[in-house]
Design a protein around this ligand. Structure first.
Ligand code: SAH
Length: 251
């Protein structure tokens, strides 16, 4: 059984207990070295074989898994954040299905959640936005019809943009066609790592500030009025509002 593990955003203490147990007992570890903090592997077995997938092709990764399984070794595949978000994880699972190798997936703390924590903000403020759009800009991977940044921006929802901080100027220019030019926006670089950085601004000045900070990769851009201070209080804790677990008081 191959275990796909979400390693979390960086801080090794944000690994799940289950993920850590599997990593610490693995014979073969394949990890995405470009983004996974090597500290996540600090307690791996001394004789574990560790592969950095950054320099490997899909075929090479699969061959390591197949040989490990055939030799009765415990194989773990460690992805950054949660593997379900831009993890290129599905193609590996499908190949394992074809090879008749079973697998499990251990979720992790995605960087978009670590970014909200770093900012100390909530993405879903009542009266502001109740929807979070996770997306990216078109790069080598084209965006499907209907998912162009401008199409998504028209919803005025909270937006989290992965993999695109290198194109921030263009990104903000597109977003300004749908959001107000003074909509708050922020870039979170290496959320939860020791060298985490946060740059705050608006859709008008963020790109310049991020350039000055020298941030070019491993960062998320978040956009929306959830970064501001105007919102309605939640119904969940409203004293005049009754729900399953609490009786409301008469207003
Ligand atoms: N599966 C990962 C995302 C992989 S795609 C997850 O769930 O987080 C890689 C992109 O994720 C990076 O380009 C960057 O946009 C974002 N990212 C990953 N780790 C990050 C971190 N610690 N801080 C900020 N952004 C991060």
């Amino acid at each position: 059984m191959v275990s796909f593990i979400g390693a979390g955003p960086g801080d090794p203490e944000l690994l799940t207990i289950k993920g850590k147990r599997l990593i610490d007992s693995a014979d073969i570890i394949i990890y995405a070295g470009s983004l996974v903090n090597p500290k996540v592997l600090a307690d791996a077995k001394k004789d574990a074989c560790i592969y950095n997938s950054a320099g490997m092709t899909l075929e090479e990764v699969l061959a390591v898994m197949q040989e490990g399984e055939a030799a009765g070794k415990k194989v773990v595949r460690v992805h950054t954040g949660d593997p379900a978000v831009y993890g290129a994880h599905r193609e590996q699972m499908d190949a394992l299905d074809k090879m008749g190798i079973s697998y499990e997936v251990i979720p992790g703390v995605s960087s978009f959640l670590a970014a909200a924590a770093a900012l100390k903000k909530e993405y879903t403020l009542p009266g502001v936005s109740q929807t979070v759009i996770l997306t990216r800009m078109e790069g080598r991977t084209p965006m499907p019809e209907g998912e162009k940044l401008l199409d998504l921006a028209r919803h005025q929802a909270t937006m989290v943009i992965f993999l695109s901080v290198g194109m921030l100027e263009e990104l903000c220019a597109v977003l300004r066609q749908a959001y107000r030019a003074d909509t708050p926006a922020a870039v979170v670089y290496k959320a939860t790592w020791e060298d985490e950085k946060i740059v705050r601004g608006t859709l008008t000045d963020l790109a310049e500030k991020v350039k000055e900070a020298g941030i070019r990769k491993t960062a998320l851009t978040v956009v929306g009025d959830f970064l501001g201070d105007d919102y309605e209080l939640s119904k969940l804790y409203d004293k005049t509002f009754t729900h399953e677990f609490r009786k409301g008081v008469e207003p």
